[in-house]
Design a protein around this ligand. Structure first.
Ligand code: IFM
Length: 747
């Protein structure tokens, strides 16, 4: 367990000491966001190695021609430096008597309390859940002697994305001598961000007029002022900031409009108090937790870390703008450049469709809004239908996978990243997710407007992509499956089965697809002829054609390493192709996603065969292994994978989350705890429940939406209680037994 970040089951995550050499882990884990605006948890006063990031979801930009579109790091608003009698206050300035930084994940309030020789400080901060453009900070200082406190705080546009500057110099100005404004445009996407901050000073709770000086520098505007503070008096600095962009869904797209909205809204917001704004935000948080909380009794650690995952799931999207996906790191860091992957459809959507179906709908609609660009990608490659990008940013950015990655140990150059070209299964994953969403929600409106068409467009892509052999069999060649340690493979089992599912869905819905160029004949040929690798005499489904001929490798050294990807220190991608070693769950995913197409014996045999050959070098791996171990009766192993998943971000490694938390892993934690250990799935038009709780859990309680009805579950070892809080009946299957639960009733 991590030594400097602790948890408790009352929604508190605490940092007990500041990690000067590695501040980034806390910055990521303690990220605050409302799904639109996000702040990494950097401190007000600057230290080395910090990665200050502020993001507005959807503000993507390409800094240079040879780079890809990425989420742009906005000018920093957090900075707030204090000087006591001319000496800068920081954790080095006088002995620290006590320190703690807490994130209250029930309402997103961050508090840092420092007692130092000569004074004490309390820093508070939140990103409002009620006002999506607002971030608020408050600092309270009390000294043991009379002193003069000088304050420097402002908007600093000198921040970059690891060196790439996404913003022009912009226009900076101030109003009323305590309100700053910076409006700047991204260099290639031309999005204007308007950032404004207002600073108020209070002495012993009473607002005082402060004589500020304003500094305008290169890409930065600051307020500077000093005040005398008597011993024992409390000085409060309250900084409210508003961030708007010309990409905001509610705007008209122009810079002028962003500026106008910013000025209008902040006039109201800046007149309100920190506490008042916080109360509104807390009320929204309360409603979110009501639907999404998972209460576990018997195991304090699991309770706290499941909630920690829920916190991140609640802040990575607000579902209010269907032009936005979820980044692989949410909005908690620059890792993966804010891009969306299949992580959303396979690892995150189950959580949203069961707890906040409107967010799931918005996420699938994001793919819908990317449809034109996906059709373009297919056409450019000579195919039909829609070919979705492996990495996706803004809706018309198209494929955004970078071309170069880490070091190639053999060639001495950077590794070429081929996923953007070859990892195609995302297109079938999207179709899968559309159907899963439909089965859970029964949302006909979405299906009629977007869902059927998405299934048809994706199926058309595959039907045109499949290669035909003389014997009439169809093949999917030269791809990368989920296991990214294997490039240029043919007939990857995961891809082929998911494509087959996509084709089957398209045929099932053929009359509703509403797509002019849907070619039923071609889709049928593909569905009938696509090669599906079958279990061999040992029950094993070959991961791809030729996998069985590969050599085994002793993986113990890599499997026990503290960090992922250490195999790259010994092998490059060409060499990895020769070995039975996988980065993450690949074939095994089939026994979760298409579980009922395979026998339990096949699932077991494949789990035994592939798990030992997997390095779990992706955070997407353990959650899947937990689910399959659970389903195949390996309960202890399932729980071990669950624990490892819980610790992916929260564990002791200081580096693992430096560039952001792992969003898919957060989704997996929920999937393991709820669908996994409670055995929940939609089966033959009913919600099936078949729990097997880990030995250390006494009970679990949570809410789910199914077919538009909110259900409350309370499950103990031998007891399953379900209340239908909705008004319509739902079909359930409890431990295999069918039951109809009327609205307002319980069992
Ligand atoms: O989508 C994943 C992929 O499966 C493994 N590498 C990281 C990506 C983003 O999480």
């Amino acid at each position: 367990m991590n030594s400097h970040i602790t948890y408790s089951d009352d929604f508190m995550i605490k940092e007990t000491r500041f990690e000067f050499d590695n501040p980034s882990k806390t910055e990521s884990l303690f990220t605050q966001s409302n799904g639109y605006l996000a702040l990494r948890c950097s401190t007000e006063e600057a230290y080395c190695f910090q990665k200050r990031d502020m993001f507005v979801n959807g503000v993507f930009d390409k800094a240079m021609d040879d780079e890809v579109s990425e989420i742009a790091n906005l000018p920093d608003i957090i900075n707030l430096e204090l000087y006591k009698n001319g000496k800068r206050i920081c954790l080095h300035s006088s002995p620290v008597l006590s320190y703690e930084r807490t994130l209250d994940i029930s309402d997103g309030l961050l508090t840092r309390k420092i007692r130092q020789e000569g004074h004490s400080l309390t820093y508070e901060r939140f990103v409002s859940m009620a006002e999506r453009h607002l971030a608020a900070q408050r600092v309270r200082f009390t000294g043991s002697e009379d002193c003069t406190i000088s304050i420097i705080t402002g908007i600093d546009g000198q921040e970059t994305n690891m060196g790439s500057q996404h913003f022009h110099e912009g226009v900076m100005r101030f109003f009323n001598l305590n309100e700053l404004e910076m409006a700047s445009r991204t260099v290639s996407s031309g999005v204007t961000a308007v950032i404004s901050s207002s600073v108020k000073i209070l002495l012993d709770g009473k607002e005082i007029g402060m004589k500020w000086a304003v500094d305008i520098k290169r890409r930065a505007i600051y307020l500077r002022g000093s005040i005398d503070v008597k011993a024992g008096s409390e000085l409060t600095i309250c900084k409210l900031s508003c961030i708007h962009s010309s990409r905001d869904a509610e705007g008209d797209g122009s810079s002028d409009d962003a500026l106008r909205r910013s000025r209008e809204e902040r006039e109201v917001l800046f007149s309100r108090s920190f506490d008042d704004l916080m109360a509104d935000s807390s009320a929204v948080w309360k409603r979110l937790w009501e639907n999404c909380d998972v209460k576990i009794t018997g195991n304090e650690r699991d309770q706290a870390l499941v909630r920690f995952a829920l916190y991140h799931l609640l802040i990575m999207t607000d579902g209010k703008d269907d032009r936005l996906g979820i980044g692989a790191k949410g909005l908690s860091g620059e890792g993966y450049k804010g891009h969306s992957f299949w992580d959303t459809e396979i690892f995150l959507l189950p959580f949203y469709q069961f707890t906040q179906p409107e967010k799931a709908e918005a996420l699938l609609s994001y793919r819908w809004n990317c449809l034109e660009s996906a059709r373009k990608k297919a056409a450019e490659h000579g195919f039909r239908g829609a070919m979705f990008p492996w990495e996706s940013a803004w809706i018309d950015d198209g494929e955004t996978t970078p071309l170069w990655g880490g070091a190639d140990i053999v060639t001495g150059t950077a590794m070429k990243i081929l996923t953007g070209e070859l990892e195609l299964h995302v297109t079938a994953d999207i179709a899968y997710a559309v159907q899963a969403y439909y089965e859970t929600t029964g949302d006909d409106t979405f299906m009629n407007e977007k869902g059927y068409r998405l299934i048809g467009e994706t199926a058309m892509f595959w039907a045109s992509f499949i290669q035909w052999d003389e014997d009439g069999s169809g093949h999917i060649r030269n791809v990368i499956g989920p296991d990214e340690y294997k490039e240029h493979v043919d007939d990857n089992a995961y891809t082929n089965y998911m494509v087959h599912h996509n084709l089957k869905l398209a045929l099932r819905y053929k009359d509703r697809i509403g797509m002019k160029d849907f070619d039923e004949g071609l889709v049928r040929k593909a569905e009938e002829g696509l090669y599906l690798p079958q279990p061999d005499e040992n029950g094993i489904i070959e991961q791809f054609a030729g996998y069985h001929e590969l050599m085994d490798l002793d993986l113990s050294k890599y499997r026990s390493a503290d960090v992922v990807g250490t195999i790259y220190e010994d092998y490059n991608m060409d060499q990895l192709r020769m070995y039975k070693v996988s980065k993450q769950a690949d074939t095994l995913l089939l026994f979760i996603l298409l579980a009922h197409d395979f026998s339990p014996e096949t699932a077991k045999a494949n789990y035994d065969y592939y798990e030992g050959r997997c390095l779990h070098d992706s955070s997407l791996s353990r959650g899947t292994h937990c689910l399959i171990a659970e389903r195949t009766g390996r309960h202890e192993e399932a729980y071990r994978f669950f624990e490892e998943g819980l610790l992916t971000d929260f564990g002791s490694s200081l580096k693992s989350s430096a560039e952001g938390i792992h969003s898919a892993c957060m989704g997996s934690i929920w999937q393991d705890a709820v669908p996994g250990f409670c055995g929940i799935e939609v089966l033959d038009g009913a919600l099936s429940v078949n729990p097997h709780l880990p030995p250390s859990w006494d009970s679990i309680a949570f809410r789910l939406f199914y077919q538009g009805q909110r259900l409350h579950f309370s499950i103990a070892k031998e007891k399953i209680g379900i209340v239908n809080e909705g008004s319509k009946a739902v079909r359930l299957k409890i431990r295999g037994e069918e039951k109809i639960l009327e609205g307002g009733c319980e069992i």
